[in-house]
Design a protein around this ligand. Structure first.
Ligand code: ATP
Ligand code: MG
Length: 477
């Protein structure tokens, strides 16, 4: 451990900060996540510098010494300042003492000592400090033995967890997020305090909650965090739709699978294949409408008819409440949810060219993501079945590739345009155009004609004749 810290402290930037701090006569420390991450060998470019005294003055002096005075950004209201040096984001803040009111997670802040500042930190592993002044350069100050918790892989609050979490309930989500990201466990008292204080989540904004949830979703094994949220009772408050998926119903001895654990398995399997946050959200939401569409049908068993369509319709409401983006990212998730059964349906029946073309047409450029999601969606315990499905998916992928190269369906452009149809038959915009264009598209997807202008033009003439339209004589007009 000593060696790693030593190495980091040899960097010029820390020497400059130390010099500036000594000139101002202010104790200064590297603190928090950066210290934690050095020891964990997780390279980080966010550095927090805490000083007993004025943080803004220290930042300005450091900026001066580095010759980048203009680039110091000052947040006067918060008493903090930031500067960017090479690839590093360095934040300066004065040591503070915080006190909380019942109805807000924003504290009343006063100047404080080093000890006050370390006490206000969320977890022992986030409260370690390294001093940067003269004689004391490199001193490791760790009043809550965070180094031991780091070694053992434990998340624990420095003070009484009931107070820590009630003061700022976002810390409950942070505890679960760090446990998930770092593969740590949460100490028993800390964990039970999360369960006791869960209703305090009501004072946290959805934006902040989602920032943490998204970090959980992006972890190597996201299920860990979601299970911790479920066990502590945070899940029904943050994400009731997901909570509803938990549990099995049984009628006449027939039970369906637990869709909550199935979803988590899909999410974990997907996490091995893709870092795309929105594809991971698609995994979380792919079966979200199963509780709403669940029915027991005599002679068939449990059914979830239309859960992909109903699920896609639920996405905007969930995204809106969770303050997730309502743009093309949401549309992507909707599309994934809606189409998630198509590839598997394809392999269960016969993989015909026209079915592959239709899938390619509907999925467009998102076809690879859809295939990745569907492969992750195979969670059977029967290894033989899993093997067979994955093999079939390989066949579908191969077919997709062949047909994509041959027929240019992926970003389908109608070979005959609406304008050309209107001109040819001398008609104004109207439903006939749609009928003809659809007939051409269907014929191409079904493989009746190739995707080119000549064949499409001929089909247009035939289809138009069926509905009583004939080309106008251009010479005459
Ligand atoms: P990451 O950057 O991965 O989110 P981090 O620990 O650096 O992890 P930041 O949000 O950057 O987290 O915060 C930096 C430090 O500030 C933390 O290590 C912790 O000491 C302190 N901190 C941040 N948020 C809180 C909070 N809500 N309550 C108490 N201390 C906090
Ligand atoms: Mg950080």
């Amino acid at each position: 451990m000593d060696k790693k810290i030593q190495k980091i402290l040899n960097r010029n930037i820390f020497k400059v900060i130390a010099q500036a701090a000594d000139e101002l006569g202010q104790p200064a420390f590297v603190i928090g996540g950066f210290v934690r991450d050095i020891i964990l060998n997780r390279p980080s470019t966010d550095i927090d510098i805490m000083t007993v005294g004025n943080g803004i003055m220290l930042a300005e002096k450091v900026g001066e010494k580095l010759g980048l005075k203009q680039k110091v950004t000052v947040f006067k209201n918060f008493g903090t300042a930031m500067l960017r040096y090479r690839n590093l984001d360095i934040e300066f803040v004065g040591a503070r003492r915080e006190s909380y009111q019942r109805n807000s997670r924003k504290p009343i802040v006063e100047d404080g000592t080093l000890e006050d500042d370390q006490k206000r930190r969320d977890f022992t592993i986030n409260a370690m400090a390294i001093q940067l002044n003269g004689q004391n350069y490199g001193d490791f100050i760790d009043p809550f033995n965070g180094i031991e918790d780091l070694r053992l892989g434990i998340i624990r609050t420095p003070l009484d967890p009931d107070i820590t979490f009630s003061d700022d309930p976002l810390r409950m989500m942070r505890a679960i997020r760090f446990a998930t990201q770092l593969g740590f466990s949460i100490n028993d008292e800390t964990l039970s305090a999360i369960a006791r204080n869960r209703n305090r989540m009501s004072i946290v904004s959805p934006e902040r909650t989602m920032e943490e949830l998204n970090k959980i979703v992006l972890a190597d094994k996201p299920s860990k965090g979601i299970i911790l949220m479920e066990e502590t009772g945070l899940l029904p408050l943050v994400f009731p739709e997901l909570q509803k998926m938990k549990g099995v119903d049984s009628i006449k001895g027939i039970a369906h699978k637990d869709n909550f654990y199935h979803t988590l398995k899909v999410l974990d399997q997907l996490a091995h294949k893709s870092d795309n946050l929105w594809l991971r959200w698609s995994a979380i939401l792919h079966d979200i409408a199963k509780p709403a569409t669940k029915r027991f049908v005599e002679g068939i068993g449990w059914t979830f008819y239309g859960h992909n369509y109903v699920g896609a319709k639920m996405v905007p409401g969930i995204f809106k409440r969770m303050k997730l983006p309502l743009n093309e990212k949401m549309k992507f998730v909707q599309k994934m949810v809606e189409l998630h059964m198509r590839p598997i349906a394809l392999v269960e029946e016969e993989v015909t060219d026209s079915a592959v073309r239709r899938l390619l047409f509907d999925a467009g450029d998102d076809i690879d993501d859809l295939m990745t999601l569907c492969e992750a969606d195979i969670t059977s315990k029967n290894q033989e079945k899993v093997r067979r499905h994955l093999e079939n998916f390989q066949i579908v992928r191969q077919k997709l590739k062949e047909i994509d190269e041959k027929d240019a369906i992926r970003n389908f452009q109608p070979p005959v345009s609406g304008e050309e149809i209107m001109e040819t038959f001398g008609i104004p915009p109207g439903r006939e155009i749609g009928i003809i264009k659809n007939a051409i598209k269907d014929a191409i997807l079904d493989g009746l004609i190739s995707n080119n202008h000549e064949e499409a033009y001929r089909l247009m003439l035939d289809k138009a004749a069926e509905i009583g339209l004939y080309p106008v004589n251009r010479q005459a007009t």
